[in-house]
Design a protein around this ligand. Structure first.
Ligand code: DGY
Length: 321
């Protein structure tokens, strides 16, 4: 008899076919995201689950006595209670590497859009207010040759730094839990303590994973250290930022603009004060959202489950932070 697994998220046909070779599979088909009680019921017999963003907490683990592996279909894993999983001997895996370039591309899309006021100017053109005459009030900021500060120098940070150094000829500072000597050598990036990075950068990009240490690491004081002309970009997790402090910094001119893909609460409410600001470019958490990357992530997520449960050789295990 095949072992049971449950995918609580959408999967492409090729990923389902791979799973079905090895497992007796159940799939969530919506509508909307699966609720906690639905997952408890649907995955009650499962030895493995695939989730994307769905909270996996001690209560859920308690309800899934056979569970041995959780395959998170995303590179971030703040939805998983890793401590509770460890206590029960449940392995957690995620989908790193395959997202790096897509997330780095989107980081640059947000930097460029916020600096050159792309979405604001799009609204301006559509409003019919564009008249012949001076355009000084539509000037933006240069990205090329500016100073970029990267918070969190993992693989995505390196992909952003590569674009910055070799595409836009920027100088790059980074801060990270540990020095990245190889990245410094290959990419010419320079390690900097956070406060100095904030003071010196024209663009500050948040790429650190959400952990106890990084929760709300950007707050009132950190924004006050940034240049008045600086742009803040977040493609990591919304909770790394004190959103109320960000709103105040953007309203008061403490910083110039922000490009955001992630929020404290997602989906962000349409009447959220951030969305009333013209100097904010807001996207609906699209970092990895290209057809090719999402397909690669899905294939990695299903292979992670077979590697762990069938071959006894788990890969892409979530690191112990
Ligand atoms: C991830 O995979 O964690 C990204 O946030 C998706 O965009």
């Amino acid at each position: 008899m095949k072992r049971k697994v449950y995918a609580a998220c959408e999967l492409p046909a090729e990923a389902k076919a791979h799973l079905e070779e090895h497992f007796d599979c159940g799939y969530w088909t919506g509508p909307g995201p699966i609720a906690a009680d639905q997952l408890r019921e649907a995955a009650a017999e499962a030895e493995g689950i695939i989730v994307t963003g769905t909270p996996v907490d001690a209560g859920l683990l308690e309800a899934l006595p056979r569970l041995r592996a959780v395959s998170n279909l995303s590179v971030g894993y703040n939805n998983l209670d890793l401590e509770a999983m460890r206590r029960r001997g449940i392995i957690g895996m995620h989908t790193p590497h395959v997202t790096d370039d897509s997330v780095a591309d989107l980081t640059f899309a947000l930097m460029l859009a916020a600096a050159r006021r792309v979405t604001e100017m799009d609204r301006f053109v559509r409003s019919g207010k564009w008249m012949p005459g001076p355009d000084r009030d539509r000037f933006g900021l240069d990205v090329h040759h500016a100073m970029l500060g990267i918070i969190g120098m993992g693989r995505i940070g390196e992909a952003v730094a590569r674009r910055a150094r070799f595409g836009f000829e920027m100088d790059v500072l980074y801060c990270n839990r540990s020095r990245k000597v190889e990245a410094e050598r290959k990419l010419g990036v320079v390690y900097s303590p956070l406060e100095e990075l904030l003071q010196s950068s024209d663009f500050v990009v948040m790429l650190a994973p959400l952990t106890r240490e990084t929760r709300r690491m950007m707050g009132e004081r950190q924004f006050s250290l940034m240049k008045k002309t600086a742009v803040f970009v977040n493609v990591s997790r919304g909770e790394t930022v004190d959103e109320a402090a960000l709103v105040r910094a953007l309203r008061s001119g403490t910083i110039r603009a922000a490009g955001l893909d992630v929020y404290e609460k997602e989906p962000i409410a349409p009447d959220h004060p951030l969305l009333a600001l013209d100097n904010v470019v807001a996207l609906p958490h699209l970092g990895s959202a290209t057809a090719r990357t999402r397909h690669a992530m899905a294939m990695m997520a299903v292979r992670n489950l077979t590697d762990a449960l069938v071959h006894g050789n788990p890969r892409h295990v979530i690191p112990d932070l």
